[in-house]
Ligand binder design. Sequence first.
Ligand code: C2E
Ligand code: MG
Ligand code: MG
Ligand code: MG
Length: 288
Amino acid sequence: RAKAEGRGTVCTFSRDMDAQARDRQALEADLRAAMSANEIYLVYQPILAAENGQITSVEALARWAHPTRGQIGPDVFIPLAEECGFITQLGEQLLHRACTDALGWPSHIRVAVNLSPLQIQAGRLSATIREVLDQTGLPADRLQLEVTEGLVIRDVERTFIELERLRALGIQILMDDFGVGYSSLSYFERFRFDKVKIDKSFVSNLSPSQSSKAIIKAVIGLGRDLGMGIVAEGVETREQMEELVRLGCTHFQGFLFSEPLGASMIAGFSQTFPKAVGRSNAARRVRQ
Ligand code: C2E
Ligand code: MG
Ligand code: MG
Ligand code: MG
């Protein structure tokens, strides 16, 4: 009986796998279509300076409005695009869009674009980015690129050479999701990132966990000594923000301040925000 059950389980399992594979294939085909139909678009989440609550930059986050399945998150379709070889093309489209949108905002607001490891591996990233900057007219110093540790580990030397080229153009390079991957402190020896983003998992564990606090403290110390700004992502509560200010984070991003917004809302946000929420006591303390 156990055997029969076991076999039944395997059978169901493989039927499920079949269904899953078919579903994935369908989604893959949809993704190809979505790219040309402009179903994939960007929203922008404000990032604020701890010292005065002013917006300094926004992070471009990709969204997919699927005609029948509804919204599909980037955690699903970015890996899919990577696996089926679309990511270079999609990444370039999104970069172009982000640079174009940024031209509609006050010029002190930078735009941060996430890079997939595969975009760098494709080899002509710095050339592509230069082309996009030329075509759109966005000054290079208004562009930031967010790279993850995964990007760095695959081919360390080539990656850092490419990142140096980009930085030579005036683009800022940020280390994203720091602490969740295979962080190696030696990367900081090899390359000076302009900013480090502390992963939101550390921020959300902040109050219950002493170890998260210790890790954040260590990253901030490292950042300070190496001249890197420290962005805390996923800040959801005022308590978290105040603790992060005490610890010395230089920038904040999270639902406490704003969810990702449409491009047309950024200019308005930059005018109203510091009056409404910024300049907390904690933020003032940092400035002294
Ligand atoms: P990420 O680069 O670490 O982006 C931050 C994620 O945290 C975003 O999720 C954002 O919506 C979310 N977030 C921001 N504030 C809060 C908060 O207070 N609480 C919580 N719980 N979450 C918050 P999203 O937009 O779902 O993006 C997920 C990931 O997908 C990104 O993580 C990034 O790795 C990737 N991604 C998004 N857009 C792109 C893109 O255009 N290109 C590439 N290559 N990857 C992208
Ligand atoms: Mg990011
Ligand atoms: Mg991140
Ligand atoms: Mg993340």
